[in-house]
Design a protein around this ligand. Structure first.
Ligand SMILES: *Cc1c(COP(=O)(O)O)cnc(C)c1O
Length: 237
C-alpha cells in the first residue's frame, strides 16, 4: 500500500489536472482531508506531508484527535462536516474553525452564542448545507429555502458565512455527478449576485463539493473546496 504522502500527491495531481481542464487556477481549489475513523498518528503523517486542513464528522471522535494533535493546533484548520445536534454545538464552537453542515437557524444561533464566549477565536466560518437530492435521510435545506437561511445566518455576530456545501447522492455516472454540482453552483451564483454589495456576504466565496469519486466533476462545475477521505487515507471499515 502506498503511503499517505504518495496518496496526497496523487490527489493534488488530480486537482491540478481537473483545474487545468476547466481553465481554472489550482490555487483556487482547497483540499480538505476528511479523516473520520483515521487515527491521530496518520493525520500527523498527512500534516508532515503538507496537509493542514482536516474534516471530521463526529464530535466525540474529533475532540479526542484535536486534543492528541494540540501541539500542531496553530497550523491546523479543523472543519466540522457531519450532522450537528444541539447538544454538541458547544464543543464544535470551541474546537473547530469551520462548520460545513449548517441546515437550521437554531444550530447556527447556538454556535454563534457559544463562539462569542471564546473571544480569542475568530468567527466560526460556515457553509449552509443544501440537499439537492431530496433524500429525507440526508441533512441540508431544500434549494428553495437556501436564501432565507443564508440571510439569517449571515447576520449572526460570531459567524462568517462562507458559502454552500452539498453531499450528492452517490453515483458513478459523471453526467449525474456534474448535474448535482451544477445545481449547487447555480444556487451559489444566484445568491452571490443578488447579495452583491451586502456586507454580510463579503466573504461568501466557498463552494464545498467534490469527494474521492467525483472531484473532477465538482471542479469542472466550480468547486472551491473538495472534501477527500478515501483517496488519501484508504477505504474506511
Ligand atoms: C466522508 C465524507 C467525505 C469524504 O468522502 P470520500 O468519498 O471518502 O472522499 C466528504 N464529505 C463528507 C460530508 C463526508 O462525510
Amino acid at each position: 500500500m502506498s503511503s499517505i504522502a504518495q496518496r496526497l500527491e496523487l490527489v493534488r495531481e488530480r486537482i491540478r489536472k481537473a483545474a487545468d481542464a476547466a481553465g481554472r487556477l489550482p490555487t483556487n481549489i482547497h483540499l480538505l482531508a476528511v479523516c473520520k475513523t483515521v487515527p491521530a498518528a496518520l493525520i500527523r503523517e498527512a500534516y508532515v506531508a503538507g496537509q493542514h486542513a482536516f474534516g471530521e464528522n463526529y464530535v466525540q471522535e474529533a475532540s479526542e484527535k484535536i486534543i492528541a494533535l494540540a501541539d500542531l493546533r496553530q497550523n491546523l484548520e479543523w472543519h466540522f462536516i457531519g450532522p450537528l445536534q444541539s447538544n454538541k454545538t458547544k464543543e464544535v464552537a470551541t474546537l473547530f474553525d469551520w462548520v460545513h453542515s449548517i441546515d437550521r437557524l437554531k444550530i447556527a444561533q447556538r454556535l454563534s452564542v457559544q463562539r462569542l464566549n471564546e473571544p480569542q477565536l475568530r468567527p466560526l466560518q460556515v457553509c449552509v448545507q443544501v440537499n439537492l437530492s431530496g433524500e429525507i435521510t440526508k441533512g441540508g435545506v431544500a434549494p428553495n429555502e437556501v436564501a432565507e437561511l443564508c440571510d439569517l445566518v449571515a447576520q449572526l455576530p460570531a459567524i462568517c458565512l462562507r458559502g454552500l456545501m452539498t453531499i450528492p447522492a452517490p453515483s458513478a455516472n459523471p453526467a449525474i455527478q456534474a448535474l448535482a454540482c451544477a445545481q449547487l453552483r447555480q444556487c451559489f451564483t444566484e445568491l452571490a449576485t443578488t447579495r452583491l454589495g451586502n456586507l454580510a456576504y463579503a466573504h461568501f466565496d466557498t463552494l464545498s463539493m467534490g469527494m474521492s469519486d467525483d472531484l473532477e466533476a465538482a471542479i469542472a462545475e466550480g468547486s472551491t473546496l473538495v472534501r477527500i477521505g478515501t483517496a488519501i487515507f484508504g477505504q474506511r471499515n
